[in-house]
Ligand binder design. Structure first.
Ligand SMILES: [Fe+2]
Length: 345
């Protein structure tokens, strides 16, 4: 019962959903109309429905209406899965009870209808079972594809994070913070799953940056800094033809764009920057400041929060930054605080 209530709560009333409910009820109307037609045709005594020189004998009409009823039962199973299956079964059981009473009262003319009902029952059960088998196979294939995609993305992520001992785990944390921010912004689970993968691969361009520059402890020369900055464009080049997921290159390409348009590589501004990249930019900066790097120790959380607040609307998307600051105030990052004592400036 609780499961049913939980499922009902999950229902979203979209136009497609309303149309589906309407069609379900319309099939009910059609079915009962055909049943009524069947009874009406059964009451006719002899005669013929004249069409030109020939015609349709009234005696064939009950069979026609019974066939229409069976078609509607099958339509329910095909279009409404379990709900349609149970609807059809309940209707058939009621029909069997009605026909059995009539036959027991010596109305043997109802025997053909009884056997047609059995044929309809067999058809409904077979179609439902074969549909379920097809759906199970499709789900299995989808799961295998998802697992494969996940393993490929994880392999790439390990390559990225393995480039620099100091940034180890950075991609996983950025992906995790991206999802936390996305959740605060009210994004649905499907989008959050997509953003998680995009977050994991945001720094993939660093694979093609020489280690000597990437892990250099001292100050970078302007040329070296330009090479580091090129990882955004390089990331896009690596991912642009990868079809494992829609927009997979968006994070890598745009996560160094700034809300005020002063970022790189494209200098995009405000909402022209894809939402996922605006969120990753905040998550990336937060993790960079809260982790020890080759050139500095990690910074205290209070200081990081002030920095994010200070750069809201200039470097960072106000909505994404606000969401991260709310998470910080709620204590979502308190576990980082415990470790900051000896290691921070
Ligand atoms: Fe980056």
């Amino acid at each position: 019962m609780n499961k049913l209530i939980a499922r009902i709560k999950q229902i979203k009333v979209t136009p497609k959903f309303v149309l589906k409910v309407f069609f379900y009820l319309f099939l009910h109307f059609l079915y009962h109309l055909c049943e009524y037609g069947n009874q009406w045709a059964g009451s006719l005594r002899g005669g013929m429905w004249k069409i030109g020189d020939s015609g349709i004998p009234y005696a064939t009409l009950p069979g026609l209406f019974t066939a229409l009823c069976t078609l509607i039962l099958i339509a329910w199973v095909v279009f409404y899965g379990k709900l349609g299956y149970y609807t059809s079964i309940i209707i058939l059981i009621l029909r069997f009870i009605r026909l059995t009473i009539k036959i027991l009262n010596h109305h043997l003319s109802f025997l053909p209808g009884f056997f047609l009902g059995i044929a309809a029952l067999v058809a409904v059960v077979l179609i439902y079972q074969s549909n379920r088998q097809i759906i199970r196979t499709q789900q299995k294939h989808r799961q295998e594809l998802e697992d494969f995609t996940k393993s490929i993305i994880n392999a790439f992520t390990n390559c990225i994070d393995g480039k620099d001992a100091y940034t180890n785990g950075h991609s996983y944390r950025v992906a995790q913070y991206t999802v936390m921010i996305g959740k605060k912004l009210g994004l649905d689970q499907k989008t959050l799953d997509k953003y998680y993968n995009i977050g994991l691969l945001h720094d993939i361009g660093k694979i093609s940056i020489p280690d000597a520059i990437l892990t250099k402890p001292g100050k970078l020369t302007p040329e070296e800094f330009d090479i580091i900055k090129s990882h955004a464009q390089r990331g896009y080049e690596i991912l642009k033809d990868v079809k494992i997921q829609e927009d997979i290159a968006a994070g890598a390409h745009y996560h160094h764009e700034r809300f005020d348009g002063k970022g790189y590589p494209g200098g995009l501004e405000g909402k022209d920057i894809p939402q996922v990249a605006r969120i990753i930019a905040v998550a990336d900066a937060f993790d960079a400041m809260s982790s020890t790097r080759s050139y500095r120790k990690k910074l205290p959380l209070d200081y990081i929060a002030e920095e994010i607040e200070r750069c809201t609307g200039t470097q960072f998307d106000p909505e994404a930054a606000k969401a991260l600051l709310e998470l910080y105030k709620e204590g979502a990052f308190d576990h980082l605080k415990e470790k900051e004592d000896d290691n921070t400036f």
